[in-house]
Write a protein that binds this ligand. Sequence first.
Ligand code: HEM
Length: 117
Amino acid sequence: MEIANSKAPGELLNWDDIKKMNANSTQKNSEFFFEPHKFDPSRFEGSGPVPYTYVPFGGGPRMCPGKEYARLEILVFMHNLVKRFKWEKVIPGEKIVFDPMPNLEKGLPICLFPHKA
Ligand code: HEM
């Protein structure tokens, strides 16, 4: 409604308006997330954020049915990655692009260094 109210009668949507509709960064709202740009996984501990302030899997009756499977797969992948390798980014400061979901511009190439057995 904020976007609609900012338009003159008959004025069409433009690309800037569309970009404002990307609902993929609700966790950056400082009203609900203290220092939202700080990497702080512990903010999700305990009772976590207020419901519907962070919605990576949507919410309500059409919420993602793959949620628990996706979480399981990511956690097992991270466990094995961290256990076996150290890594370095090939492109430090690689940009994030929105198309419309956020992605690393070049797909986050990394160099893997196996831990010594
Ligand atoms: C990190 C991984 C994933 C993310 C971030 C994600 C995110 C989402 C989001 C935001 C929605 C829309 C929910 C809504 O409208 O409220 C959705 C829907 C859906 N997702 Fe996922 N998803 C993931 C993985 C998966 C997996 C692994 C599956 C299947 C094995 C899956 C199957 C679906 C289906 C079928 C819907 C449509 C549900 C409906 O419209 O009733 N997703 N997902």
